[in-house]
Design a protein around this ligand. Sequence first.
Ligand code: CP
Ligand code: NVA
Length: 321
Amino acid sequence: MAGTLRHMLRDDDVNHEEQKQILELGMKFREDRHYHMPFAGPQGVAVLFDKPSTRTRSSFSVGVAELGGYPLVIDKSSSQLGRGEPVEDTARVLTRMTSAIVWRTFGQDRVETMAKYATVPVVNALTDDFHPCQVLADFLTIAQHKGGVDALEGMTIAYLGDAANNMANSYLLAGAIAGMHVRVAGPNGFLPRQDIVEDAERLAADNGGSILVTTDAKEAVRDADCVFTDTWVSMGEEGEYAIRSKPFWPYQVNEELMSLAKPDALFQHCLPAYRGKEVTAAVIDGPQSVVWDEAENRLHAQKALLTWLIGQQRGEQSLLV
Ligand code: CP
Ligand code: NVA
């Protein structure tokens, strides 16, 4: 197989079969932390942060090391990128020293520029628009608890809260690719962009799923297999606490709302969580919550993603299973 340079900049950078391959690989990494070691050498992987992180930083650092590589973790404050060096030039330098580039930043255009100038795979570790690594981990968590990767197709997932943020966008695209019925609920003014909804609707039609965007939290949650929420104030929006609190209260995931989902529905939250705001303590610390498995699955899912991307680039079929 000829090698192809692939990136994960948004969730729809992979198709249905490819998403399944990555999730199946994630299941393998769950069983054996050293299932593949594609960065043995060790080869370097740049892991860049323009925003804070606990889970992404630790899972990529540990994950790259477990893949046999060396994680080169760089914060905005300690790099020339933070002083305004062009993304293009940063890409040209890092691409000569590393086997992959992972970046958490603000605008989606920044990871796109990085990918344009890099000759190694670039992974979006969260932008203002998408968080594809998180959703791979979330779907792996459903597979872990609900009978494997094949079980995802046809499931109903509901996301409540800030429906215009990166998590909502990623659930729309990734869920549609998985063939899920994706419901996203939030207040007027905090609903997803039309172009993302249209992309999700097209992908859902291709894969046997459906998309519902609504302001009705109960409609979204009814008979869902998994309920998700996220902070009402994302990184970079800290100045908007006052205007963001009030409209979101009807979307708080509490026991009453959870009781409308299937009795065995899972609850997930990408974390960090604000108990008493987007989710009550009774739900996030309750029996339906799988948030700690979800956090652990960042490690397995991202190792799977990096292994899959490197397998594509090297044309090594053995790394894709
Ligand atoms: N969920 C998530 O990405 O967490 P961090 O911000 O801690 O990386
Ligand atoms: N929507 C949140 C996700 C944090 C992992 C943010 O962007 O801050």
